[in-house]
Design a protein around this ligand. Sequence first.
Ligand SMILES: Nc1nc2c(ncn2[C@@H]2O[C@H](COP(=O)(O)OP(=O)(O)OP(=O)(O)O)[C@@H](O)[C@H]2O)c(=O)[nH]1
Length: 740
Amino acid sequence: MAGPLQAQLPWHSAVRDRDGNLWLGTYGQGLWRLSPDQQLEEIPLTTTQPGHVFELTEDREGNVWAATMQGAYRLRDSDFLQFGQPEGLADPVFVVTQSPVDDAIWAGSEGSGLFRLGRDGDIRQLGTEQGLSNINVSALLVDPDNTVWAGTFGGGLNRIASDGSISHFSVENKLPDNHVMGLTRSRDGRLWVAANGGLGYLDPGADVFERQHGLPETLLRQIMEDSRGALWIASNSGLIRLQNGESTLWDSSDGLGSSLVSTTYEDADGVLWIGSREAGLARLEGDRLFQYGLQHGLPQLSVLAILEDDQDTLWMSGADGLVSVPRAELNAVARSEADQVRAQLYDETDGLRSAQFLGGFQPAGWRARDGTLWFGSNRGLVAVDPTGFEPAAPVPRPLIEQVRVNGEVIAPAQPLQLPADAHTLEVDYTVPRLGNPEAIRFRYQLEGFDRDWQDVAGRRTAYFTGLTPGKTTLHIAAHLKDSAFDPTRLEQQVSLEIYREPYWYQTWWFLLLACAVVGLALLAIYRFIRHRAGLRERRLELLVGRRTRELQIALSRVEEISRIDSLTGVANRRFLDENLDKAWSQCAAKQVPVSVIMLDLDFFKQYNDSTGHQAGDDCLRRVAESLQAGVLREGDLIARYGGEEFIALLPGADSAAALAGAQRIHSRIGALRIPHPDSPVSDFVSVSVGVATAWPGSAPGTPDLLMQRADRALYAAKSGGRDRVSVWEQGRSSGYGAPD
Ligand SMILES: Nc1nc2c(ncn2[C@@H]2O[C@H](COP(=O)(O)OP(=O)(O)OP(=O)(O)O)[C@@H](O)[C@H]2O)c(=O)[nH]1
């Protein structure tokens, strides 16, 4: 420390910062800084009060903090050297270059003429009073002999000799136009001038400009000679290459994003970089043109000056700030090896007085011999020392400052317990970073709520409504505004576990219960339906059974009806016919005889006539009853054969048995003693009976033949006098029991 300093300053506090500066806080005499090269300067504090500095400290980001009566001051060196009006220069600066002889920086301003910044910090201004043709200096060139060429906007070209004398060139010296935009000296010694509407050149030693023909009629801005000797001219109609007197134009039809080309730069590999006012950066390698845009990671689309530092990083000034991007990354994108570059954008939040740089004139930026990069901006000259450029301090983990539920502040516990009626949740967070808080960007994501990270830029509150009950986690991440957000960088994230109580109807046990109740109800409904279906089935079965039985009864009734004679109740003729055939075959099988008794009421016509038809029916019924009742053996069949004629079928009965049966029948009917007043043979109803017997198993014959024989025997009984029994015999029928 300098000895006298102690005596001069009543210092009260001190701190040595990371750059070796000693900061001294005094009582009543403000804040002072002693640089490592022993330069002492007062650091102005914006206070009207006497400068009492009680305490000094440096934070981990390199900010120096001074505690004063009026509060705390944060003091921080800008990463940029700036020369504007406060430093004795002018705003705005169009062009900047450096003398190759004395390293002085020359700057051309709009409205304030030309400035020279000497290495000793001396600033000299040249205006019309010093002989400059115009105070809008729009093009600059310093020759190796320290001759300065200053093109102006409207006042032609000034040549400032090393002795300070100024001479003018204008359209009178065949300058293409008095609005000069670009200046360069090609390797053959020619001075080229790009002007509004044309290109001209001044050969060494000549006093009159020559016009370069064959170029498009447009606003020409900058001229650059590349390593192969071709001239490249940035213009408002595209990029023009002039080689061997021939011009070639690249414009938007060739893939350039915009035809408003503002600048060009050739890198060490011979690749041409093209800046445009509105469409970003393009890269031309041979014939291959690649246009970069925002999608490739460029933070802005205006590129007004392109410079390169020793680390092969391109620095580009634009309307929204200064961008740095490694050239290798740009190459990788152009070769499809990467999608995006990692670009840094510097603007007011990084300490720039204005982020609006100026371009279109030559040179809009200049790389000084010490590697410093100079740019013209709206607020003066900006110098960047890329080597001393500190990378941005890493962004620390965000901090949760406050949590509000339904507008009420609650303690931010882990996990955060929220009541069931938590309708709104607000979480305030920040990053404990003391320098440039605007450079921090935030994102957050609520698990199960946000599908992706929400980009909330600089907002430091997360707001949620309609939180679902149960557990979730809020993740909050911070990153620098220029660097791409990387969700895997957990060291830049903080997480807050949240548990929202469910309402009783949202609890698991209630849901379980509800499920069980619904399940049981469904089961009950199912069983009820099944029970009903079973009942109906059984009822149907019963019904079907009953109907079946009824049907069977009806059927058997029909069957019975079909075999019973309705008047007398004995079998009818159809049934007899069926049974006759059956009895015939059975008797044949058993080798037994079969007999038929055929009987007919005598003079029944007369009976009907004398007693009436009803009495005739009754008579027939009584005869049938008598036949049915015990006259025959089991297996015998009585049938009404037709009218007043009956048949008795006697399987197994031989002729003797049949005759005996016939006689029994005859006697029983006679014994009924039914009066027959008109019968010539008896006073009572009588019958004539014919009997026939056959041996189906041993003698030839048929049932029909048996019936015919019985009929013939009956006929014999009738013709024999009636009221008698007649047996069929071969050749004749014999009569028995006829009344004499
Ligand atoms: N009341 C009544 N009469 C019947 C029935 N079937 C037939 N007859 C009558 O029986 C009579 C049969 O008459 P005929 O064939 O001439 O014989 P018949 O008078 O008995 O004289 P013979 O047989 O020669 O003794 C007819 O008058 C029929 O109308 C019946 O079901 N009911």
